[in-house]
Design a protein around this ligand. Structure first.
Ligand SMILES: NC(=O)c1ccc[n+]([C@@H]2O[C@H](COP(=O)([O-])OP(=O)(O)OC[C@H]3O[C@@H](n4cnc5c(N)ncnc54)[C@H](O)[C@@H]3O)[C@@H](O)[C@H]2O)c1
Length: 283
């Protein structure tokens, strides 16, 4: 069982998911959102996930209520002041994340571990935004956070071994399987996964097969649990484009440049599951 308080900044897909995981592991959670509406929608994700586990008899209603009562929300950075670990999970944009880390540096207690859930951005650059760069690392959960077992612990060269060990121990307490990765764009998983996803979108645009058949082929032919186009929609096409742009800049490899189909969908506001439409349409 975890003890102490975990602060989470960001109330999107991953912020709500990490809140669920940390509260389920026993931590008190305080989630910082930009609006009451987005905080409540992140909490609704937690409530729905708990309800599913009660229905499947993985939790009793009493346990679910206890977990739910451990999640609080705020609109103020000041309320993260007593958190032991803070995980930033806002949009995949360096300027936005740097601004968040500057706020966290001002408000969090000196011993707090500051972490980012970034998919690809430089953790070192974020660490250097603070006055405590040795206490900053990546704690990269996967989507959906409550189901995916992996957590990448991203360790910049300037990170203290003790801070990296705290992050690893937090992930283990959350029931996850941590792997330690150097701070290189895309870490392990996204550096290997995104060329494949980008090429699947390229193939969809070329009309090699229907979108459905591309996904069916990769599920049936490679035993993947989901097809690449559905996975892009699950990640979010805006987040996917940001990841590809970072990988492209870091490697210079043209294979990483987001294909026009993805750019056009994002431009049109079709961001995937979270907006109801992306490569596929959702109810
Ligand atoms: N979606 C995935 O599959 C996935 C998986 C692992 C990691 N991540 C990473 O998690 C982070 C969050 O992604 P997500 O999928 O939850 O995105 P999302 O679009 O669902 O949510 C983004 C959040 O960022 C907040 N935000 C946007 N602009 C902001 C600003 N200027 N200041 C403060 N907050 C702002 C939004 O209000 C929202 O709460 C990203 O770094 C992403 O790369 C995403």
């Amino acid at each position: 069982m975890g003890t102490g308080t975990v602060g989470i900044v960001g109330s999107g897909i991953m912020g709500g998911g990490i809140a669920d995981v940390a509260a389920s592991a026993g931590y008190d959670v305080i989630l910082k959102a930009r609006s009451e509406a987005s905080a409540r929608s992140a909490l609704a994700v937690v409530t729905k996930s708990l309800g599913r586990r009660v229905a499947k008899e993985k939790l009793t209603q009493v346990e679910a209520d206890q977990i739910g009562s451990r999640v609080a929300w705020t609109l103020e950075y000041a309320d993260l002041g007593e958190a032991d670990i803070v995980i930033e999970s806002v949009a995949e944009d360096m300027d936005i994340k740097r601004a968040v880390f500057a706020e966290l540096d001002k408000t969090c207690k000196p011993g707090a571990l500051l972490a980012t859930n970034t998919s690809t951005l430089s953790v070192t650059e974020l660490a250097l935004t603070t006055s405590r760069p040795t206490r900053v690392c990546g704690i990269h959960f996967f989507n959906p956070a409550n189901l995916m077992s992996l957590v990448e612990i991203v360790v910049p060269d300037i990170c203290d071994a003790e801070a990296a060990a705290e992050a690893t121990s937090f992930a283990t307490t959350c029931g996850k399987e941590p792997v330690s990765v150097k701070d290189r764009a895309g870490f392990v998983v996204n550096a290997l996964l995104f060329p494949y996803l980008n090429n699947a979108a390229r193939m969809a645009a070329a009309g090699t097969a229907s979108y459905e058949d591309i996904d069916t082929a990769m599920k049936g032919g490679c035993n993947f649990p989901m097809g690449p186009l559905a996975l892009l929609d699950l990640v979010g096409l805006d987040t996917s484009v940001s990841i590809l742009n970072t990988l492209h800049e870091a490697t210079g490899d043209a294979n990483f440049a987001p294909v026009p189909l993805l750019l056009e969908l994002v431009e049109a506001g079709h961001l995937g599951r979270k907006s109801g439409r992306g490569l596929f349409t959702y109810d």
